[in-house]
Design a protein around this ligand. Structure first.
Ligand code: ARG
Ligand code: ZN
Length: 875
């Protein structure tokens, strides 16, 4: 059943207070719920509509009197009380079974303890309630549980009381002073320990910060705590936003569907985004923790204090909060080049995941118009493209203008549940500008394509750039209107320096101009241009678009050598590589001989050895476009040809750059104690990329180097990189894999890495994956574990997943079906692996279609999987 944004109606009743009492028992938890509510003047209805799923109604009283069946209607997932009085107190008693709840939505048990996940619609699995984000209420929560098994009892807000009960039970009472929607409710009843400290806010107020983990993990909480303190400070400084509670808790849980959850005052995290020490976590893990801790903390204002009216507005909080966490991570590095490296990562994510989504059967606008299952819309479009849309306001308005817009947004909407339009209006009104056309970024799906044509007039000393835009049709949307696109541009002279800019007669005063590109086609005129420039277009990736411009190799080499904008400097290298990869792929398909030109290799060599550049930037410049990104540039995808072509390029680079790779390997060692700072991480990144290249076709010396690094590594970054290099080299890595497993079998997150690195290696075929599934440590029930093996094979090992006989697709179908019976949200994510099936070569396409049909016929499917498969087959 499809739900449409246009069908929104206000809730018939508003809730004032919620008192929840939990008698926690894994098999049979009793939930008593007392709500006070009154009729909403904005609604014509006098029917109370409550949501409920997988719960058993035990008792129902209204204003003190028990209701008999007939006085209320129990539907499949609703409880309706028709024609209710204007003021109502409901008392509802229900039963649920947390230990059999494998969906990890609602109240569930992980490793013997209780946790909740209520976003988007999990609260209805705990009690009957108007489970929609525009119903905000004050919560008081009483938790009762066995004291020995569940010594720690947590919920939102402040602890007001705790004490002992009979039979070895105890209780804790929590009160959240802020009104919140039900999706922000949380409880934890568990055997946990915490790292805690009091922290002084800029205002002088003291707050208690806690990071709760299982006992053996107390040696892995420092970085999360440090990241939390940095987040608190950053939001004060950059946006003037203060922590509004006296107590802020983070809890780590091993079974979790997503990254983390911003429940008011009680954030619940996937362990992956909390636990780190140098022995078990890589540089990438550390960066992920900083970003996610920041993300969830920043939600306290952008999400919790101001929330969403309905789930179509999800990007209102997610796009904005991703943008905020991106800026936080960039500011934590501090240097301009460091910021650029984080920006390059963001661009890569967009191209790897969001552009394909925008071009596939699940394409949807940043603010979707309809959905079947909201959990399917926690997407890279809503999150990452949404963040790009927010970033464009800042590009158009400047940092100060953006801050003014944020201030006005909070002044107007604190405590409210609002829409994406309200954010846009705050930005427009605070800056006195018209952003009505900008609305199309929210309403139109698809990745816009911007084409540029330039003309230099030497006599006039003018340079014209004509931009045109188009946006492909997407399911249910055609004939799109022009977007308001900020195009940041600079012009490079022959000496590689930026030229001074005057656009349409106005002096810019900076070497980058932001063009307001709003029409289908528009010409911008630069004056006083003394030489024919090389244009650097879309600097810092100023808009989430595809840029087409007929660059010559010479121009790209010039940009790759000199562009003052590091993102476009990197981009020039990617364009040089992509052009060659596409030619090589065609040559593989035609059976022609493969060759790579010296010019390209020389350009790569120059960047590799340029010590004036950050190691992290050099690493980015040397990473070739992924097989997925190459595929997105082709109309008909032959994954084997792409793989062969890319491997050829890697092998040639390795052969040609051998001495320099070794030299840079050695120049970027990081002796001494491990530190996750950006400088050291950058060095490790470049060094390990050099190792990966050296191991493409290794001799004994290279293998020895990798083995040595594996054995001597003082941190997980270097150990894992060496093991991955060994696995990918084709050398026998079984002994190393075994010793790695033995060393870390007690560390779940490292065991995930162990499965993941094998799943993604081109040497791992389906038989090997099936063998790994029989490993005692494998289980489909834990999302991190399922993702480590299945998702990595289906998404990150294209040459094996797309085996000619279709065996990879059959495997995929089998496990989408198996996972759906356990956890529909996770199953639906795996289902997305087939999104782009129509673009593959005919032999593969027909086998992919058959696998999709097989899942479609398997029924009964969850809404989650049914929606994904249905859309793939229909579009
Ligand atoms: N709001 C969370 C975050 O982005 C994501 C939770 C989504 N969970 C879900 N099951 N859909 O931080
Ligand atoms: Zn979020």
């Amino acid at each position: 059943q499809t739900i449409f944004r246009k069908d929104y109606t206000p809730p018939s009743y508003l809730v004032h207070t919620v008192e929840l009492g939990f008698d926690l028992d894994p098999a049979r938890t009793i939930v008593a719920n007392r709500v006070t509510m009154s009729r909403n003047p904005d609604s014509a209805s006098a029917d109370i509509v409550l949501h409920g799923e997988e719960i058993e109604l035990v008792a129902l009283r209204m204003n003190g009197k028990a209701l008999r069946p007939g006085q209320y209607l129990l539907g499949a997932s609703t409880l309706t009380i028709p024609k209710a009085p204007a003021e109502v107190t409901l008392e509802i008693e229900t039963l649920c079974s947390p230990e059999t709840n494998t969906t990890l939505s609602g109240l569930y048990v992980s490793n013997g303890s209780f946790y909740t996940q209520c976003e988007a619609e999990g609260f209805r699995r705990i009690t009957y309630f108007p489970d929609r984000p525009d119903v905000m209420a004050k919560y008081t929560v009483m938790l009762r549980a066995d004291k020995r098994r569940f010594p720690v009892l947590l919920s939102n807000g402040n602890l007001v009381e705790r004490g002992e009960l009979d039979d070895g039970r105890h209780y804790a009472k929590w009160e959240d002073p802020f009104k919140k929607p039900s999706y922000l409710f949380a409880l934890v009843a568990a055997r946990l320990v915490c790292q805690e400290e009091t922290y002084t806010l800029k205002s002088g107020r003291e707050v208690l910060l806690q990071v709760w983990v299982e006992e053996g993990n107390l040696d892995k909480t420092d970085y999360a705590m440090q990241s939390l303190k940095n987040s608190i400070r950053w939001d004060e400084e950059r946006f003037g936003l203060e922590l509004d509670l006296d107590r802020f808790m983070i809890v780590a849980v091993g079974d979790f569907n997503m990254g983390a959850m911003e429940n008011k005052g009680l954030n619940i995290f996937n362990t992956k985004f909390v636990l780190a020490n140098p022995r078990v976590a890589t540089d990438i893990d550390y960066a992920g923790i900083e970003a996610v801790v920041g993300h969830e903390y920043f939600h306290n204002w952008t999400g919790n204090r101001v929330t969403c009216r309905d789930w179509f507005q999800l990007s209102l909080k997610e796009g904005l909060t991703v943008f905020r966490d991106q800026e936080f991570s960039a500011d934590m590095i501090g240097t301009a080049s460091g910021r650029a490296v984080t920006r390059i990562d963001q661009v890569r994510t967009l191209r790897q995941a969001q552009f394909p989504e925008d071009a596939g059967p699940m394409a949807h606008p940043v603010r979707p118009d309809s959905f079947v299952e909201i959990n399917n819309f926690y997407t890279v479009t809503v999150y990452e493209k949404g963040a790009e849309v927010v970033r464009m306001y800042q590009t158009l308005l400047g940092r100060e203008g953006f801050r003014k817009g944020m201030d006005l947004y909070f002044a107007r909407h604190d405590g409210q549940a609002v829409q994406c339009d309200d954010f846009r209006n705050a930005m427009a009104d605070a800056n006195g500008i018209d952003l009505s056309q900008f609305e199309r970024w929210y309403s139109q799906a698809g990745t816009p394509v911007v084409s540029a044509v330039t003309r230099y007039d030497a006599a006039d000393e003018t340079y014209e750039i004509t931009l045109s835009q188009r946006c492909p049709d997407t399911p249910g949307q055609s004939d799109k209107l022009p977007f308001h696109i900020p195009v940041a541009i600079g012009l490079l002279g022959a000496d590689g320096n930026d030229l001074p800019l005057a656009v349409n007669g106005k002096v810019v005063g900076a070497t980058t101009a932001v063009l307001d590109f709003t029409e289908a086609e528009q010409t911008f005129r630069f004056t006083n241009v003394h030489e024919k420039p090389v244009p650097s277009i879309l600097r810092d990736f100023s808009a989430p678009v595809v840029l087409e411009y007929g660059y010559t190799d010479e121009e790209l080499l010039h940009l790759f050598r000199h562009d003052s904008d590091p993102v476009n400097r990197w981009e020039a290298g990617q364009r040089l590589a992509m052009a060659r990869l596409l030619k090589l792929t065609a040559a593989v398909a035609d059976g022609a001989t493969l060759a790579l030109d010296d010019t390209f290799i020389a350009a790569q060599r120059a960047v590799l050895v340029d010590a004036s550049l950050d190691a992290a930037f050099r690493e980015q410049a040397l990473i070739l476009p992924s097989e997925t990104i190459i595929a997105e540039h082709m109309d008909v995808v032959d994954p084997q040809a792409i793989h062969t072509a890319r491997q050829f390029m890697r092998r040639t680079m390795a052969a040609e750059l051998g001495p320099e790779l070794l030299e840079q390997y050695e120049a970027n060692l990081t002796p001494g104690p491990y530190s996750p700072d950006a400088q050291s991480a950058g060095k490790r990144g470049l060094k390990n990329l050099c190792l990966a290249y050296l191991m493409v076709a290794p001799g004994p010396a290279e293998i020895k180097l990798a083995r040595n690094q594996f054995e001597k590594a003082g941190n997980m970054t270097d150990r894992a990189a060496a093991l991955v290099a060994l696995i990918h080299s084709g050398a026998d890595a079984s002994g190393h894999l075994q010793s790695f497993y033995d060393d870390f079998s007690g560390e779940a997150l490292v065991v995930d890495k162990w499965f993941a690195m094998q799943a993604a290696a081109p040497g791992t075929d389906l038989a090997a994956v099936r063998a790994l599934m029989l490993h005692p440590a494998f289980t489909l029930k834990n999302p991190n574990r399922a993702r480590s093996l299945l998702f990595n094979f289906c998404n990150a090992n294209p040459s094996r997943f797309h085996a000619a006989d279709g065996s990879g697709y059959a495997f995929w179908a089998e496990h989408v079906i198996a996972l759906d019976a356990i956890n529909p949200q996770v199953a639906a994510r795996l289902a997305r692996s087939m999104d782009r099936w129509r673009r593959y070569v005919p032999e593969l396409r027909s086998r992919m279609g058959a696998a999709l049909e097989r899942v479609a016929a398997a029924g009964p499917l969850s809404n989650d999987v049914a929606e994904v498969i249905g859309k793939a087959l229909a579009n």
